[in-house]
Write a protein that binds this ligand. Sequence first.
Ligand SMILES: NC(=O)C1=CN([C@@H]2O[C@H](COP(=O)(O)OP(=O)(O)OC[C@H]3O[C@@H](n4cnc5c(N)ncnc54)[C@H](O)[C@@H]3O)[C@@H](O)[C@H]2O)C=CC1
Ligand SMILES: CCCCCC(=O)/C=C/[C@H]1[C@H](O)CC(=O)[C@@H]1CCCCCCC(=O)O
Length: 256
Amino acid sequence: MALKGKTAVVTGAALGIGKAITEILLQNGAKVTLLDINETAGKTLKEALNKQYGEERSLFFECNVESEEQIKAAFQSTVDTFRGIDIVCNNAGILNEKQWEKTVSVNVMGLIRVSYVALEYMNKLNGGKGGTVINVASVAGLTPVPACPVYTATKHAVVGFTRAMAAASSASGYGLRFNAVCPSLVKTDLIASLMDNLGQFSHLAYATQCSSVQRAMNPSEIAECVFELVTDKAKNGEILMKEASMKKYMTFPTLI
Ligand SMILES: NC(=O)C1=CN([C@@H]2O[C@H](COP(=O)(O)OP(=O)(O)OC[C@H]3O[C@@H](n4cnc5c(N)ncnc54)[C@H](O)[C@@H]3O)[C@@H](O)[C@H]2O)C=CC1
Ligand SMILES: CCCCCC(=O)/C=C/[C@H]1[C@H](O)CC(=O)[C@@H]1CCCCCCC(=O)O
């Protein structure tokens, strides 16, 4: 029960990787607030979690990471109910090269928006008690995915934002750790609908995929990485790449 007494907020929690992250946090004793735009899936999952863990262990709010108002309301309700927030997992994300502005809005602006609200509640300099933020990026944040240049750009942004926030936090004493996980392919709806959501570079999907992609992983394999980053207090500014056969903490060049 490594997380007994801790409270987590997970975005995009109703399905896929977010659902697996929610489950591993609950299994390890945390209370979890689930945020998602999919009300039906969110309520269905909440009912199942009530039966397994008890009603008092989780909350679900319909919440779009594109809305500051909805995020703030969800964080405030979490604090009112659970008396604090220790863990925030920025998992909500989409892959849609046709609606590329929306992809930037959700994957980058949404993740930054949630992180800044998290800072308001958790920053030790504001009277918060610190904690940890885990961002779900992608291998597309480390290497170009030619079929998805906009998705690639958003996930590179997540990696950069995570590292900069980690450095800012340790320089300024926010008491918050920022880390990210970069999965390769995971069996979720995002991948099931991939071909419908590619844009003008969709002709590049087949060839690249065949040459490089390994076994698609189960969402629980990514949740285990998130759990590692949540519980290892030595980790700040780390980018953990996860593929089917291996995981690896990335190293980056230092410029100064
Ligand atoms: N499936 C994969 O192969 C990989 C996924 N990822 C990343 O993992 C994260 C989760 O992806 P999956 O579980 O695969 O996707 P998914 O499509 O299965 O689930 C995403 C969840 O996020 C919710 N969501 C979407 N937009 C939202 C918004 N604006 N506000 C709040 N919730 C929203 C959806 O309703 C859904 O429940 C994403 O950030 C994705 O980019 C990273 C690497 C690989
Ligand atoms: C998003 C899948 C596109 C598949 C086609 C493609 O361009 C593959 C590129 C591979 C590149 O050569 C090296 C890789 O690791 C890429 C495949 C892995 C992409 C996983 C992205 C998963 C995600 O974040 O949704």
